[in-house]
Design a protein around this ligand. Structure first.
Ligand SMILES: NC(=O)c1ccc[n+]([C@@H]2O[C@H](COP(=O)([O-])OP(=O)(O)OC[C@H]3O[C@@H](n4cnc5c(N)ncnc54)[C@H](OP(=O)(O)O)[C@@H]3O)[C@@H](O)[C@H]2O)c1
Length: 121
């Protein structure tokens, strides 16, 4: 099973540190290729830094985006995500952690499902 983690923020780094000792050949993607190469070196993790094109060629994709960036990204990559398992870790909360960014009665997963209706969530 091929796993890719998208993003090099707090959750991206945390997931890489946690999962890389448990699974061989995890791919790690950033919008900035040099950043992810430097981080692999700094964190001394056994993962493969790749670009988005290669990264989306995986069985399981774990994104670490904020909700505001997730939906535009999912719309743009809808076709490339077909047949993949997308793991969604979003908490749709404001930056000050005081409120939700979505109305009652919906969720980040529900909004994502509208964009990617046949995706496994
Ligand atoms: N389920 C949980 O337990 C849990 C806990 C904490 C946080 N979260 C969720 O995890 C997500 C990430 O949190 P975080 O603290 O890791 O955030 P963060 O440090 O800001 O990292 C987000 C990363 O998303 C990537 N990204 C991709 N496209 C982007 C775009 N268009 N604009 C900006 N960034 C983009 C960036 O990585 P590159 O610069 O490398 O591209 C960025 O570092 C949030 O949705 C948060 O709600 C979940």
């Amino acid at each position: 099973m091929n796993i890719t983690i998208l993003g090099t923020g707090s959750m991206g780094r945390g997931l890489i540190k946690t999962l890389s000792p448990l699974h061989q050949g995890i791919k790690w993607v950033s919008r900035n290729r040099e950043k992810v190469i430097d981080l692999v070196d700094e964190l001394k993790v056994d993962v493969i830094p790749v670009d988005y094109e290669l990264g989306l060629d995986a069985d399981v994709i774990i994104h670490t985006f904020w909700f505001r960036d997730l939906i535009p990204w999912a719309e743009e990559n809808r076709n490339k995500l077909k047949g993949k398992v997308l793991v969604d870790i979003v908490n749709p909360i404001t930056l000050d952690f005081n409120d939700f960014t979505l109305d009652w009665g919906t969720s980040a997963a529900v909004e994502l499902q509208k964009v990617l209706p046949k995706l496994k969530l």
